[in-house]
Unconditional design. Structure first.
Length: 94
């Protein structure tokens, strides 16, 4: 899986993940938090890579913000108006 010498390793569409194996065996799989190894929906996003549920942040850069203005619920973007304009309303990662 480590096919990049930089700190930018992304899962490839052909990579088989543990969630793929577990889902194929009938298990429900979930990810809550940062998914920093895939950024292309339909190719290497959490749902495509085997997770049946996902709530969190897609990219590493966005994960550095304690109060993001968007998060994902499965592959849908959820706007967090409480954090707009630098406000510290919801989703703090303390």
């Amino acid at each position: 899986m480590l096919h990049s010498p930089a700190n930018t390793v992304l899962l490839r569409a052909e990579d088989v993940t543990l969630p793929h194996v577990l889902s194929a065996s009938g298990y429900q799989t979930a990810l809550f938090g940062k998914f920093g190894v895939g950024t292309t929906f339909g190719k290497n996003d959490p749902m495509t890579m085997g997770f049946t549920r996902w709530k969190g942040i897609l990219q590493n850069v966005q994960a550095h913000r304690q109060y993001p203005i968007t998060v994902f619920d499965d592959n849908s973007v959820v706007f967090v108006p409480e954090n707009v304009g630098g406000r510290e309303g919801l989703n703090a990662q303390r």
